[in-house]
Design a protein around this ligand. Structure first.
Ligand code: FES
Length: 126
């Protein structure tokens, strides 16, 4: 049902945790199941320098979040904004169709973290 890559990211998730002095934080809830996802980013020269996630989601949510953090580390913010839940699922070799909604959490929380960073820096720039 799950690919080896999904099982690997589920059993050994990358970049789990929080960043105390994060530049951007994104919180997303899944309307289908009520689960939550929080993504923290550090930004350097318009690139994602560090990223961590915390989730109260299922195994598929853990695997997709872990994968998304690996996909966007070092990427520009514009590149990271183009990551969709479908791209994350493809990078994992696919997800069962009934679990596709779980992959929305990671991509949407990432986008919110970037928007949070952009709002804060725009406010500072005045
Ligand atoms: Fe809620 Fe997967 S069932 S995120």
């Amino acid at each position: 049902m799950y690919t080896d890559l999904v099982m690997d990211h589920f059993s050994n998730p990358r970049n789990v945790g929080t960043i105390a002095d994060a530049d951007g934080v994104g919180l997303e809830g899944n309307p289908v199941c009520g689960d939550l996802m929080k993504i923290f980013i550090k930004v350097k020269e318009d690139r994602i320098d560090d990223i961590k996630f915390q989730t109260f989601g299922c195994g598929a949510a853990i695997a997709t979040s872990s994968m998304v953090t690996e996909m966007v580390k070092g990427k520009t913010l514009d590149e990271a904004m183009t990551i969709t839940n479908r791209k994350v699922a493809e990078a994992l070799g696919g997800l069962p169709s009934q679990k596709m909604h779980c992959s929305n959490l990671a991509a949407d929380a990432l986008h919110k973290a970037i928007e949070d960073y952009r709002t804060k820096t725009a406010a500072v720039a005045g």
